[in-house]
Design a protein around this ligand. Sequence first.
Ligand SMILES: Nc1ncnc2c1ncn2[C@@H]1O[C@H](COP(=O)(O)OP(=O)(O)OP(=O)(O)O)[C@@H](O)[C@H]1O
Ligand SMILES: [Mg+2]
Length: 60
Amino acid sequence: MAALEVRGLRKQFGGVVALNGIDLDIDTDQVVGIVGPNGSGKTTLFNVVTGVHPATAGTV
Ligand SMILES: Nc1ncnc2c1ncn2[C@@H]1O[C@H](COP(=O)(O)OP(=O)(O)OP(=O)(O)O)[C@@H](O)[C@H]1O
Ligand SMILES: [Mg+2]
């Protein structure tokens, strides 16, 4: 079991689907970056994983 497990994470802001089906397994010996274009959901992923925003579906 990874230190951080994310399964099927989805986040919608109204009609905007910011995250759709994110799966992650990150262990304590890993350093992981998130790369993507503007508006691709990087900050939303961080905020949902840390609990700032509730997920629409999926688990952390
Ligand atoms: N609080 C919010 N309310 C409504 N829509 C939001 C909200 N936060 C993000 N969004 C939308 O969700 C999508 C993902 O945005 P997000 O800010 O996560 O992208 P990002 O990858 O962090 O972008 P950037 O590289 O510009 O920081 C965008 O379409 C954005 O407009
Ligand atoms: Mg951002």
